[in-house]
Design a protein around this ligand. Structure first.
Ligand SMILES: [Zn+2]
Length: 326
């Protein structure tokens, strides 16, 4: 197998391993997490077979991105028939449009809150998840997450997660139970190696908010000039069928904002390989005056583009900002 593909697949496994390791610090000694770790550790051995990842026609390496999406592919793109290639392109194009249709509008306004989101895939489709739901009792739910893996498989799971939350929100469950049920449904229908990190919040017109962070990068809340981080307090959802989640409660004053983002933002790298980081995002948020959500996102994206200085985008990115208004 070519070194580049091997590196990519091994990186994927490494990333999965890191997420499991950080899960292990939340529930130390959990035998189920250890078992998943052992499975991830055994995977590279399967990649040592000689013909793995080679096109059966030309014996060249199959495109790395496709192989990462499906390690069992048998033909490179050049050796798909023209009809197969067109069908594949059409499928991807359609999938991208279906996913776009699942996104909330770029900006939204509710009693007491305004919301904006930004969403872009590293490829034609993304595994990031982003939604805003009106609970029809005056409160709103906002959720931003990241399904493990990339490409078509991740985007299908993202669509599944989207439907799950849309179905659960009208039940008006307490937030921890809502996430618990979503996690169980995701666990029951996804492969054991698939899970999603996410932050889900509920905001009431009084300024009260509830937030759960399930294995995701910290949500940043700007209250006055201070930044509060809502760190992960549990495992990603869908890892096990019986997970429990905790809820943090806060009160927002008018002009206070919440910023959610995926690790595609915080782990972006500059040409020297330096990571963008959460601290820089927090500084940017505290340094600026209270900005309308779409302006806050624009400021984040400008800073990220300047930091990256032309370095290629490696991951999907999604951001969401929610600001309390009078
Ligand atoms: Zn080929």
């Amino acid at each position: 197998m070519a070194a580049t593909v091997e590196t990519l697949l091994r990186e994927q496994l490494q990333e999965r391993r890191q997420k499991l390791e950080s899960a292990e610090t939340v529930v130390p000694g959990d035998e189920r997490v250890r078992r998943l770790l052992r499975e991830v550790d055994a995977a590279p051995k399967r990649m040592d077979e000689e013909s793995f990842g080679l096109c059966e026609e030309c014996h060249e390496t199959i495109e790395a991105e496709r192989l990462v999406g499906d390690p069992l592919l048998r033909y490179c793109l050049d050796h798909l028939s023209a009809a197969q290639q067109h069908a594949l392109e059409d499928d991807l194009d359609l999938a991208a449009r279906v996913l776009q249709g699942l996104l909330p509008p770029p900006t939204l306004r509710f009693p007491g809150y305004e919301v904006a989101r930004h969403y872009e895939g590293a490829g034609p489709i993304s595994g990031d998840y982003c939604d805003v739901l009106d609970a029809r009792d005056g409160s709103i739910y906002f959720v931003l997450g990241d399904v493990s893996g990339k490409g078509v498989a991740a985007s299908m799971l993202m669509a599944h997660l989207h439907a799950t939350f849309r179905a659960l929100v009208p039940l008006n469950l307490p937030l921890d139970q809502l996430i618990g049920r979503a996690s169980r449904l995701f666990c029951e229908s996804a492969l054991p190696s698939h899970f999603a990190t996410l932050v889900c919040g509920r905001a009431f017109p009084t300024g009260e908010i509830e937030v759960t962070n399930a294995g995701h990068v910290p949500a940043l809340i700007r209250r006055g000039g201070d930044i509060v981080r809502i760190e992960s307090s549990g495992l990603p959802i869908g890892m096990f069928c019986d997970e429990r989640f905790s809820v943090r409660r806060l009160r927002l004053s008018p002009e206070d904002s919440i910023l959610l983002y995926t690790d595609g933002v915080s782990e972006s790298r500059d040409p020297a390989g330096e990571e963008y980081g959460i601290d820089r995002l927090a500084r940017l948020m505290s340094g600026s005056q209270s900005l309308a959500p779409e302006r806050l996102l624009a400021a984040c994206l400008r800073d990220l583009t300047a930091f990256r200085a032309g370095a290629p985008k490696a991951d999907d990115l999604a951001l969401m900002a929610v600001r309390r208004i009078d």
